[in-house]
Design a protein around this ligand. Structure first.
Ligand code: PRP
Ligand code: ZN
Ligand code: MG
Length: 225
């Protein structure tokens, strides 16, 4: 399976970035046969392997040099950088392109009945999130003493479940907030998908492949403008 001559690209297995990332790879000429249950997909026309994983794992795979490239949301990337910084681990990578999909924002939202008067209203409160490092940075920058409650999913039900007073989660259309009786109050981070590369030199053949792809990615994005 692991053939070091093949360019290894990590993409989200399923979720907001997977379809658009696969569509982009196809648009730049990578022929793929994706079988739903498989972790690895081989390109049929080029020396490329796709590693299909959870998006949370992608920044670390690139930073540890396990894969050569990764398609990832800036929110996940920034969160992982802060996490690694806090634990003294290295977090090197290169951003090759900011992409035109995966747009969303990380926002703090409170229940409709919460009388929100600005960030100071969060003083002493519990805020449920999957992004504790980004949230704590926001608290620090705004001199608020509040705590982040880590949840990996179903963040939007935390206030109703009595687990937290507010949430900090990704918002794109706002439908999830609305369906859960939550009001968006603070936008703390704006995100799009990016293509990142591991630190260090790629072997010549892989580097050439990547440098052939980048202008094609630019072309695909321009054509959509
Ligand atoms: C995010 C977020 C909300 C939803 C918001 O989840 O956690 O559930 O998207 O989008 P909306 O404003 O358009 O309703 P995501 O789809 O990333 O999946 P996950 O929660 O399973 O990570
Ligand atoms: Zn294989
Ligand atoms: Mg969600």
């Amino acid at each position: 399976m692991s053939d070091s001559n093949r360019l290894r690209i990590a993409i989200q297995k399923s979720g907001r970035l997977s379809d658009d990332s696969i569509a982009l790879l196809k648009a730049i000429g990578v022929k793929l046969q994706i079988r739903d249950r498989l972790l690895i997909a081989h390109a049929t026309n080029l020396p490329i392997d796709l590693l299909r994983v959870r998006d949370d794992d992608i920044p670390g795979l690139v930073m540890d040099g396990v894969v050569d490239l990764g398609f990832i949301g800036e929110n996940e990337l920034e969160e992982k950088m802060l996490e690694r910084q806090a634990s003294g681990k290295k977090f090197e990578f290169k951003t090759l392109r900011r992409l035109d999909y995966g747009g969303c924002r990380l926002s703090i939202a409170v229940p409709n009945e919460f009388n929100y008067q600005g960030v100071q209203s969060l003083e002493g409160k519990k805020v449920a999130t999957t992004y504790p490092f980004l949230l704590e940075r926001f608290f620090k920058e705004n001199n608020v003493n509040a705590s982040a409650v880590m949840l990996t999913g179903s963040v939007e039900v935390a206030p109703r479940a009595g687990v937290a007073d507010a949430i900090c989660d990704l918002v794109s259309t706002g439908a999830t907030l609305e369906a859960n009786g939550l009001q968006e109050e603070e936008e703390i981070f704006q995100s799009k998908a990016v293509l990142i590369q591991r630190a260090g030199e790629l072997p010549e053949a892989k580097a050439q492949l990547v440098s052939r792809f980048l202008p094609r990615i630019d072309g695909v994005m321009q054509a959509k403008e």
